[in-house]
Design a protein around this ligand. Structure first.
Ligand code: PA5
Length: 429
């Protein structure tokens, strides 16, 4: 992956970059030595090298079982407990994964909202199909997945009987504590562990993400290999993730308080959501933080493009460029040429997409929007694993540069408290 900063010329100076260097060196040392805020949650830093190889092999084996006995896997989880898995599956198997012909189960996600419509649609999808459930909750107490699990467990037990249903329920949770752990032990469900030193939004490369990702036939060894390469590349204080964190920080300090992650593949829309959660929950606290957002171009050039070009808010774009498209579709010529597009005869659609990227980048840049470009040679397991680790590392450095703890989320508790009161939860007055 290449980090390209040349579209920041005129927005950020070398002098500013040099000035912040000592702070970056301190942030980097704090992260690698575990001396910064939230140091109990740094398990993800060395995970690509130190991951539990026995658990990893078991994940592959369980994925094969699910592939053999299920048409559908439902992943029940919210926030960091589902966004990574969904992002990786869609990025590598496309956003149409469930609709395309294949030999692997469809993967659906539940328990990430309190929508009755969503749940009832899922129940309908399960009719006449063989189903497995993967319930993912680190705390084991989050309301959304807990409610969805009750409903879907009931469906499973009616469909298969209690003991057979138990063989199709996989629980990913803390190794010792939480209600889900207790439920799992009581019912004899297969259990996978969320390491206690890894927070939800940094957990995609643990069992949290890896089981559903492997069920969708993604090569998880290659995903880890890409992350391992990124880990090696981030060892020195001057590395791509730290440079990206510096760019963000300098732009933020000049009033660019919104960052748009721009992708050119609809299959990366969920990756944008994962990115958004990672940065918003990590940095948006103590009255500070960039607001992360995401867009798919060219789709969104026809919706928010006008605003991006010359609206009021000071924002910058982080553009993910995938250099090589895995497929080639050529524009065909037509006899009547009524749309006048025959000049595109035999041109790859990917060439048009790339031209739109270059055109938008230039236009936005000239319109006052700083751009950071992340260039990937291809969108495959290795490069995606690299990109995931890159963003995690950059997020941690960004948080430290900003002076916040990037590993907690105290603000999320406020709505929960009110909701628990409103639903008369015992102990919440
Ligand atoms: O990143 C986080 O920590 C959160 O988004 C959690 O993943 C989310 O709140 C779900 O928590 P849990 O896995 O405990 O159900």
């Amino acid at each position: 992956m290449k980090l390209i900063g040349k579209y920041l010329d005129g927005f950020i100076s070398q002098q500013q970059i040099d000035k912040i260097k000592p702070k970056v060196i301190r942030a980097h040392a704090a992260l690698l030595n575990g001396t910064g805020a939230g140091a109990d949650y740094l398990g993800w830093v060395n995970l690509p090298k130190n991951y539990d190889k026995t658990e990893f092999a078991r994940i592959k084996q369980l994925a094969r079982k699910i592939q053999t006995d299920s048409d559908i896997l439902i992943v029940i989880g919210v926030g960091g407990s589902y966004l990574g898995a969904r992002a990786v599956i869609e990025a590598l198997k496309t956003n149409l994964y469930n609709d395309l012909p294949k030999n692997t189960p469809n993967v659906y996600f539940a328990g990430n909202s309190l929508s009755s419509v969503d749940l009832s649609n899922l129940l309908k999808l399960c009719e006449g199909k063989d189903v497995s459930l993967n319930v993912v909750s680190k705390s084991g107490t989050t309301l959304e997945p807990a409610v969805a699990f009750r409903v879907l467990k009931q469906m499973m037990e009616q469909k298969y009987g209690v003991s057979q249903a138990a063989k199709r329920i996989y629980v990913t949770t803390d190794s010792k504590k939480g209600a889900l752990k207790a439920i799992s032990d009581k019912n004899g469900y297969e259990t996978l562990v969320v390491p206690n030193n890894i927070g939800g939004r940094y957990s995609v490369l643990t069992a949290v993400g890896l089981l559903p990702i492997a069920v969708a036939d993604v090569n998880i060894s290659q995903l880890m290999a890409g992350a391992a390469k990124a880990r090696t590349d981030m060892k020195l204080p001057d590395n791509p993730a730290s440079r990206y964190a510096v760019y963000r920080n300098l732009l933020y300090n000049q009033g660019y308080i919104t960052e748009i992650l721009v992708n050119f593949e609809p299959s990366l829309a969920q990756f944008g959501q994962w990115f958004g959660q990672l940065f918003a929950e990590s940095e948006g606290k103590d009255g500070k933080g960039l607001l992360p957002n995401d867009a798919i171009f060219t789709t969104d050039l026809h919706s928010i493009g006008q605003y991006l070009q010359d609206g009021k808010c000071k924002l910058f774009e982080t553009v993910v460029r995938v250099k090589n498209s895995p497929v080639e579709i050529l524009v065909p010529a037509v006899d009547d040429n009524l749309d006048g597009l025959n000049f595109l005869d035999n041109q790859p659609v990917a060439f048009l997409n790339d031209s739109a990227r270059r055109g938008a980048l230039r236009a936005h840049n000239e319109g006052g929007v700083p751009n950071i470009v992340l260039e990937l040679p291809a969108l495959d397991e290795f490069n995606l694993g690299y990109l995931i680790y890159f963003f995690e590392f950059a997020c941690a450095i960004s948080g430290y540069l900003l002076g916040v703890n990037p590993f907690d989320q105290p603000g999320v508790e406020a709505y929960k408290h009110n909701m628990y009161q409103l639903i008369h939860t015992p102990g919440h007055k």
